[in-house]
Ligand binder design. Structure first.
Ligand code: C2E
Ligand code: MG
Ligand code: MG
Length: 705
């Protein structure tokens, strides 16, 4: 590749035409473009138009002489080689020319033009070197200027950075911190420099975390991670930090530079999101999502051969009734208290979560004994039985707990849950406030339950409900003093289902309200019909469930039914259970008083199974206590139950209320109760519940027993 270089230009200034010509001829041969000027004046003129690469000038010339040329050339361009030829042969001339700026000197006449060429070449080489040198220095200067500007920008960037910047030496001693660092950490640069970044540690992170960081950066690699640090005055903050080693030209680390972004706000937001996703806002307990993840994890961890994993599902009895009576704010406060008590009863290693509404789950730590969970369940249950004080109101509650144990009762979250829930529903059916361990039969019962639920919804319109009547006999007067109406359900084409199986379903799905009203109507209608048929006067008892009682229109319903049927209020007895009147509260007392006002009798059914306090009982406007069947059944074999029966009888006498003993089956039981002063008996000893016709027959035969 040929480079197109323009030929060098030589200017010869001489008043002797011959000299100029010979120089021109010679240098043109050497490839120069030669310009000629016949005196100094013309020479200087030519310089203004173009710059030759070299000038050869005579010293002695008319008008403007060589010295003047030299002076003006050097003042014009100090790197333009100018060679002086002098015919005088005087050394002083030459010296003067050199002093004025001439580059070299040759005497005239020129013996050998090659000598001139040599001088010219040497001068041009010098000029080339000078200009190269100058260019080099100019570049250097430019570079330094650029670099300085860059560094200044960099400095400003670091100083004004929105991130903290810390530079340490290879040992970790701080050499530089930027203003942001001071703003975030509270340490001024004077306080930080010379110390170790360890001053920021919050002890929230393990030593191994820092160790790993040091290993990475001291091996020459960059490290990125999050630090929980503390400020000079002890506040915690989070930083996203990247630390890079700085190496010298030999590759040895001389410094570390840390760039740290304050992510405290983001962390807080993340924490908040995590909390919202995993915890229940009301109670602060882990929520359903957290629970499921936790149970999944426990199922992975459990050692099949040596450990048991237990799941409890706990449902608060009657929370709906509490909400209906006292409002949801009250119910919420109760739930919070319940959650708190459950946590206390369970201890630290158990995960209690709010599954949904009033349903909680409990996962105790993995254990070698299956029954330790049952003890815990009992502990929770009894903790919830203690009186709660909500907004100045005393309230008692109870819970049903279903327990499923891995691996027998389920191998995955879904099956464990399903089975623990089945056990919980069984506990509800067992009369509430109970702990029930899952058994395989429960699942089919649960399926049955769903089936029944659908059928029960149609039972009323299909006339599948009937009532049976069980007499209450006064052993002293040996007369029938009352009769309890008991609901029966016979699904079309099937055998009857017992009330203990279907009534809890009606209570849960709310159907107990219309069905209960039907019972009330039917019982009242029947009572009037019997009176008209000539049966002796007696009281008819109707069971009222919690949901019916809680409804604001119960009083009106009772009044309306009495009016429609024509039954006298004194002939109607409403049986309420202790759990219905669960709270020592003004609304409850008001409701009872309103019912009492109608003139009906109020009876406390299944007495002794609840937790009514004696003081509370004294304030209740009730007329009758029904001793629960379970005590009667066991009173002759278990001294404790005998004591309960004795106490209830004494209490009834003390309070001046009537007593009825339920479930009397034998002569011995009858005698025992009679001796203790409880003559009114309801039980198989006299009669099981009967159809209306058979009851009439029973009355006919036994009008006087
Ligand atoms: P309860 O009100 O305590 O009724 C007494 C239960 O004891 C009746 O069971 C009755 O048949 C049974 N019983 C009476 N004497 C004896 C005896 O000597 N031995 C035995 N083993 N049992 C006896 P039933 O009819 O199965 O009713 C069970 C429960 O269902 C009732 O208990 C009551 O709580 C509820 N129930 C029944 N009918 C209604 C109703 O119309 N409305 C509401 N809300 N609940 C009802
Ligand atoms: Mg009853
Ligand atoms: Mg009863």
């Amino acid at each position: 590749m040929s480079v197109n270089v323009s030929p060098p230009v030589l200017l010869t200034i001489d008043d002797e035409e011959a000299v100029r010509s010979s120089i021109a001829a010679f240098f043109e041969d050497c490839g120069y473009i030669v310009l000629q000027a016949c005196d100094g004046h013309e020479g200087i003129d030519m310089l203004t138009n173009m710059r030759p690469d070299v000038i050869i000038t005579d010293l002695r010339m008319p008008n403007v002489d060589g010295l003047e040329v030299v002076t003006s050339v050097t003042s014009l361009d100090d790197n333009l080689p100018i060679v002086v030829l002098s015919g005088t042969g005087m050394l002083t001339d030459a010296l003067q020319a050199l002093r004025c700026g001439a580059w070299d000197y040759l005497p005239k006449p020129l013996a050998d033009l090659a000598e001139l060429e040599f001088v010219v070449n040497r001068c041009r080489e010098r000029a080339r070197l000078v200009s190269e040198n100058r260019a080099y220095h100019e570049n250097l200067e430019l570079l330094v200027k650029q670099r300085t500007a860059e560094l200044r920008t960099l400095c400003i960037a670091v100083e004004q950075s929105a991130n903290s910047v810390v530079i340490t030496d290879v040992n970790g001693t701080i050499e530089y911190v930027n203003p942001k660092f001071t703003e975030v950490s509270g340490y001024s640069s004077e306080e930080a420099i010379g110390r170790n970044p360890r001053i920021l540690r919050s002890d929230k992170q393990l030593d191994s975390y820092y160790k790993e960081m040091w290993q990475t950066i001291s091996s020459g690699r960059e490290w990125q991670g999050e630090f929980c640090n503390k400020t000079k005055d002890g506040r915690q903050y989070w930083e996203l930090c990247s630390i890079a080693p700085i190496k010298d030209e030999h590759g040895s680390i001389t410094h570390y530079v840390a760039n740290k972004e304050d992510i405290t706000a983001r962390k807080r937001h993340e924490d908040q999101l995590y909390y919202q996703a995993n915890f229940d806002q009301l109670t602060g307990l882990p929520n359903r999502y957290y629970f499921q993840k936790y149970l999944e994890l426990q199922l992975e961890l459990v050692d099949h051969d040596t450990q048991f994993l237990t799941l409890m599902v706990l449902d608060i009895d009657n929370l709906k009734a509490v909400n209906d009576t006292f409002g949801h704010d009250f119910g919420d406060l109760l739930l919070k208290e319940i959650a708190h008590r459950m946590e206390l009863a369970c201890g630290l290693n158990t995960v209690v979560s709010r599954f949904v509404g009033d349903e909680f789950t409990v996962v105790p730590p993995l254990s070698r004994e299956a029954d330790s969970a049952l003890f815990q369940a009992e502990r929770i249950r009894s903790a919830l039985n203690d009186v709660f004080m909500i907004k100045g109101t005393e309230i008692t509650t109870s819970a049903c707990i279903g327990v499923a144990i891995y691996p027998e009762d389920g191998e995955c979250v879904e099956s464990m849950l399903k089975n623990a829930e089945a056990a919980m529903y069984q506990a509800k059916r067992d009369g509430k406030n109970a702990v029930v361990l899952y058994t395989r039969e429960l699942n089919s019962q649960l399926e049955q339950r769903f089936l029944w639920d659908a059928r029960l919804r149609k039972a009323l319109e299909r006339d599948e409900f009937t009532l049976q009547y069980q007499p209450q006999v006064d052993q002293c007067s040996r007369s029938i003093v009352g009769v309890e109406a008991l609901l029966r359900w016979t699904p079309a084409g099937e055998s009857p289902v017992t009330p203990t199986q279907f009534i809890p379903i009606l209570e849960e799905n709310g159907l107990i309200v219309p069905v209960g009203e039907w019972v009330l109507q039917e019982a009242c209608r029947q009572a009037v019909a019997w009176r008209q048929a000539g049966l002796p006067a007696m009281r008819i008892s109707v069971n009222i469930s919690a949901l019916q009682f809680m409804r604001s229109d119960l009083e009106l319903t009772v009044r309306r039914v009495l009016e429609q049927s024509g039954l006298e209020p004194v002939c109607l007895c409403l049986e309420l259970t202790e759990s219905v009147i669960m709270t020592d509260s003004d609304p409850t007392l008001k409701k009872l008083a309103d019912l009492k006002e109608i003139g009906v009798t109020l009876s406390l059914d299944d007495f002794g199974t609840g937790y009514s306090s004696l003081a509370y009982l004294g304030r209740l406007p009730i007329n009758e206590l029904k001793i629960d069947i379970s005590f009667v059944r066991r009173m002759l074999s278990t001294p404790n139950d005998a004591a309960v029966v004795n106490t209830i009888i004494a209490m009834g006498h003390g309070l001046g209320v009537e007593l009825v003993a339920e479930g009397v089956e034998t002569e011995e039981q009858l005698q025992y109760l009679l001796e203790r002063g409880c003559p009114v008996i309801q039980g198989y000893y006299f009669s099981p519940p009967l159809t209306a016709e058979r009851f009439v027959a029973f009355c006919g035969v036994n009008a006087k027993v």
